[in-house]
Design a protein around this ligand. Structure first.
Ligand code: IPM
Ligand code: MG
Length: 361
């Protein structure tokens, strides 16, 4: 059996708490003999700034490059908000994405039947909702130059640059179309081509790429309309492909369709199988250290890692089924607990998933 080399970067806020629970699941799987792995850990984000002054060190970057996959918790800490962008905790994840060329961010939006009543949307609107957001992750206004701040006639001006090249758009479009081939064969490309040149190029290139996928339906949608349609008729989407900034915003919005952002995993992949796996929810400093965070998105991110980077669909299925069975017991962390359900802690949720997993192993 292959011994996987896993890099674990827990980060800030609730990151270490949810990662600890994900790790107990990993250790349990190792005990059962189903998988073998070794782990390397490092500090990132605010934790790394406190330790060494940098959001991520070169040593950590070198270390993760030798791994088969990365499990990432979250970064972000209010106490560093006064620092310039380039040395804030968030720079750790942006640097990892850029340096490792993790250009394809996959964010599945699936509704667990057990949680339909958690959503603010009506039950009818939620029927058949099952789509994937494919967000470009290494370009756009996040990385475009020039960027910065300058004074013009004594007045402060801030500026950033939205930019995409043809190859950047091509490769993310290809990821979207390939994904759609294994799903319901529909791609919605989201842009703002009516106003922005960059986004007209986006639309032109996605249209051209679509010619190689004759059996996939392509629909173009402006981002403002997409924001509306996500709430109006979310079941119309199969694969939604979009740029970095629009994908950031739309994926948070889409998470609310499901009723809990605490259950949504994500994968960030390069051209090969290598990837970084993280929950989409962030560091939630307001609830950090209280043993109340929801560890399920972290566990589901781990499941995605076994599926996409480690070629162990069997393990991914096991973890996902264990989470589903746990939800079936009507127990929840505070973020998604509702009437008739029992509220439990982060650590207890870890224990419950492990118990369900042991029944399946
Ligand atoms: C996300 C987050 C990040 C982003 C932050 C933490 C830099 O919001 O992964 O969606 O903006 O991409
Ligand atoms: Mg975001």
């Amino acid at each position: 059996m292959k011994t996987f080399n896993l890099a674990i970067l827990s980060g800030d806020g609730i990151g270490p708490e949810i990662m600890a629970e994900a790790q107990t699941i990993l250790e349990y799987l190792k005990q059962t003999g189903l998988v073998d792995f070794q782990i390397q850990e490092a500090l990132v984000g605010g934790a790394s700034i406190r330790d060494s002054g940098a959001p991520i060190t070169n040593a950590t970057l070198d270390m993760v490059k030798t791994a088969d996959a990365i499990l990432f918790g979250a970064v972000g800490d209010y106490s560093f908000d006064h620092l310039p962008q380039s040395v804030r905790p968030e720079m750790a994840i942006l640097k990892l994405r850029k340096e490792l060329e993790l250009f394809a961010n996959i964010r599945p939006i699936v509704i667990f039947d057990e949680l339909i009543a958690n959503s603010n949307l009506k039950k009818e609107v939620l029927q058949n909702v099952d789509f994937v957001i494919v967000r470009e992750l290494t370009g756009d206004i996040y990385f475009g130059e020039p960027r910065g701040e300058k004074k013009i006639n004594g007045v402060r001006h801030g500026f950033n640059t939205m930019t995409y090249s043809e190859p950047e758009i091509e490769r993310i479009a290809n990821v979207g179309f390939k994904l759609a081939e294994a799903r319901r064969r529909k791609v919605t490309s989201v842009d703002k081509a009516n106003v922005l040149e960059t986004m007209q190029l986006w639309r032109d290139v996605v249209s051209r790429v679509s010619e190689s996928y004759k059996d996939i339906e392509l629909q173009h949608m402006y981002v403002d309309n997409a924001a509306m349609q996500l709430i109006n008729l979310p079941a119309q989407f199969d694969v939604l492909v979009t740029g970095n900034i629009f994908g950031d915003i739309l994926s948070d919005q889409a998470s609310m369709i499901t009723g809990s952002i605490g259950l949504l995993p994500s994968a960030s992949l390069n051209e090969g199988l290598f990837g970084l796996y993280e929950p989409i929810h962030g560091s939630a400093p307001d609830i950090a250290g209280k043993n109340t965070a929801n560890p399920l998105a972290m566990m589901l991110s781990m499941a995605m890692m076994f599926r996409h980077s480690l070629d162990r669909t069997d393990i991914a299925d096991l973890i996902e089924q264990a989470v589903k069975n746990t939800l079936g017991k009507k127990i929840a962390t505070p973020d998604f607990c509702r009437e008739g359900w029992r509220q439990i802690s982060t650590i207890d949720m870890g224990g419950e998933v492990r118990k369900e997993l042991s029944k399946l192993c």
